[in-house]
Design a protein around this ligand. Structure first.
Ligand code: MG
Ligand code: ZN
Length: 218
């Protein structure tokens, strides 16, 4: 008898993601799965969100990295709940690790959960985490061909945020090429262009996150 291991793993991932979704729905928490390559500014975006939404939306964060708690330490300085996952050999957050991470958070004291995935544009796209919103970040320093090379993450994301736009004068990056390629695989994707350094574009991105969060939590 042939056992399709790939399919079994995917089925159990879907099941666990379903548990996460149910748990977050029961506690009225809106969750965002934030995916990008290493170094495109995910942690900084979360820090900006915490500061911008302070007093309006209670944010909790799960940080995913192969090693260290460097990012959790950054988030903790902003005075919000945070739990660090170290995936060791895994290049993405598997659903079972997120499910157990939720035990470390007081979800009744949170409205919005940011899950910062392991820096990787490839397999996080295939792994469901029960999220309400999937956001892919791409910095202008990474090259404008990424949606062509790694289409799945652009196809499965609700929002695309192009980061580090302050660097545009110094790099070869055609923003329209990225938008065209992303929309070719995902016509409904919403695109934002931000610089966490200058603050340009941040408010419209964060207002959209807040709007989508309120749509769930009321
Ligand atoms: Mg980070
Ligand atoms: Zn992986």
């Amino acid at each position: 008898m042939k056992v399709d291991i790939g399919r079994e793993i995917q089925q159990s991932a879907e099941e666990t993601a379903g548990k996460i979704r149910g748990l977050l729905a029961a506690r009225n928490v809106f969750s965002v799965n934030l995916i990008s390559s290493p170094g495109s500014g995910k942690t900084t975006l979360i820090e900006k969100a915490i500061e911008a939404l302070r007093g309006r939306i209670r944010i909790a964060v799960v940080e995913g990295d192969m090693e260290t708690d460097i990012d959790a330490a950054r988030i903790r300085r902003h005075g919000v709940q945070v739990h660090q996952i170290n995936t060791r050999s895994s290049c993405h957050i598997p659903p079972f690790l997120l499910l157990s991470a939720l035990d470390h958070l007081d979800l009744d004291a949170a409205d919005l959960l940011f899950v910062e995935n392991v820096g990787n544009l490839v397999c996080p796209a295939e792994v469901p985490l029960g999220e309400d919103l999937r956001v892919v970040a791409l910095s202008v320093a990474e090259g404008d061909e990424k949606p062509l090379k790694y289409p799945l993450v652009f196809k499965t994301s609700d929002l695309l945020v192009i980061t580090k736009t302050d660097l545009l004068p110094y790099v070869k990056f055609d923003t329209d090429r990225v938008k065209t390629a992303a929309r070719a695989v995902n016509p409904r994707v919403e695109v934002f262009e931000v610089s966490s350094y200058t603050g340009s574009g941040l408010s419209s991105f964060l207002e959209r996150i807040e709007e989508l969060c309120r749509r769930k939590i009321g």
